[in-house]
Design a protein around this ligand. Structure first.
Ligand SMILES: Nc1nc2c(ncn2[C@@H]2O[C@H](COP(=O)(O)OP(=O)(O)OP(=O)(O)O)[C@@H](O)[C@H]2O)c(=O)[nH]1
Ligand SMILES: [Mg+2]
Length: 334
């Protein structure tokens, strides 16, 4: 499942139908009065949040939304039909802004939550409405009001349950691919992942959780370095953070300093982030050997900070059953 963070769409509500100019014509009634009906109202545009969707990917190919116009009125006082409303379904967590003014229009977070975005144009009045005592044969009708259009910026502050964080190359995408059906790109260079990947992990028969691989968090992310700034907002809504550390030793990397630096970034961005339930995964344990950091030292240091840790190998799946158990227990508590 790939993930599209932001997109721009155009939405236009339906035009009102034309009012009708018509006069009654029946045998034996030579001068029938006006009987032109009103035009129908144009369809409105309504945005609706749904938990069926998790990404904005559908909007990659579908960017133009036009509600139907109202039908014109007809003779014999017949009203035109209203254009049906057009619903634009978006995932929970979608923020809608007016692209031109930057105004925040809606922040949809509940399933089935609706936001009336653009009303349809009113239908025009038919000529029967224009009849007065002085003008019994009105030859005018209203053409109906046009629909309204807006360019909208949709962005997703998504609602993943679990966020995977850690330095580039720590193995976040690999872990995501092990816990879900997601098949993100995995490679041995940093910044392989440029936008978050999402995957769905089955917890048991009934429940599934959304996991997000949040890329590019590095020191300075909260002030715009790397890619992290764009994605820090996504961490805000996750319930559990899994912080990956790489056990293999790279001389220029002091792993606990990096760990603190990342937490500092999160705290600067939003202090609530570091208060979230979290666990450290010490990854790449399949490579564990004399060239690695000392596991015991690392775990003791984390313990002193009150942080639970679990040695795993995303590659060989070692420790992942224990991880799933930990996650399941966390969710039972909720
Ligand atoms: N031996 C071993 N290699 C691993 C393990 N997990 C990940 N790797 C390797 O580490 C490299 C980076 O893995 P990714 O999953 O792409 O790392 P990432 O954290 O998503 O990296 P970015 O997307 O660049 O932020 C790849 O070459 C993986 O094959 C592991 O448990 N053991
Ligand atoms: Mg990655």
């Amino acid at each position: 499942m790939n993930f599209l963070d932001e997109t721009v769409i155009t939405a236009i509500s339906g035009d009102g139908g034309k009012g009708c100019i018509s006069f009654r014509r029946e045998k034996f009634i030579p001068k029938g009065g006006p009987d032109g009906g009103d035009g129908g109202d144009g369809g409105s545009i309504i945005v609706r949040a749904t938990k069926r969707l998790h990404t904005l990917t559908d909007f990659k190919s579908h960017k133009y939304f036009k509600a139907s116009n109202g039908k014109p009125g007809r003779g014999k006082s017949q009203f035109g039909k209203n254009g049906p409303d057009l619903f634009i379904d978006v995932p929970l967590g979608t923020i809608i802004e007016d692209l031109d003014t930057g105004e925040l229009l809606a922040d949809l977070i509940h399933d089935k939550q609706e936001f009336p975005l653009l009303p349809g144009g009113k239908g025009g009045k038919g000529n029967q409405r224009f009849a007065t005592s002085t003008n019994r044969v009105p030859r005018i009708a209203h053409p109906g009001f046009p629909g309204q259009g807006k360019k909208l910026k949709l962005s997703l502050k998504f609602l993943a349950d679990i966020g995977l964080i850690g330095l580039p190359n720590a193995g976040k995408s690999t872990l995501l691919s092990r816990l879900s059906m997601a098949r993100p790109k995995i490679d041995s260079y940093p910044f392989t992942t440029l936008t978050p990947n999402l995957g769905v992990m089955a917890l048991d028969h009934e429940r599934s959780l959304i996991i997000a691989d949040i890329p590019g968090l590095i020191e300075g992310a909260s002030t715009g370095r790397g890619l992290g700034h764009r994605f820090l907002k996504h961490i805000e809504r996750t319930k559990l953070l899994l912080h990956l550390l790489d056990i293999t030793y790279q001389p220029d990397q002091e792993i606990l300093e990096d760990f603190h630096a990342l937490r500092q970034e999160m705290e600067t961005y939003n202090p609530a982030l570091v208060e979230k339930p979290q666990m450290v995964l010490i990854n790449k344990m399949d490579l564990y050997g004399p060239d690695c950091r000392d596991l015991r030292t690392l775990q003791t240091a984390l313990e002193k900070m009150g942080i639970e840790s679990l040695p795993v190998s995303a590659l060989t799946r070692e420790g992942l059953e224990g991880l799933k158990k930990f996650i399941a227990e966390k969710w039972v508590e909720d």
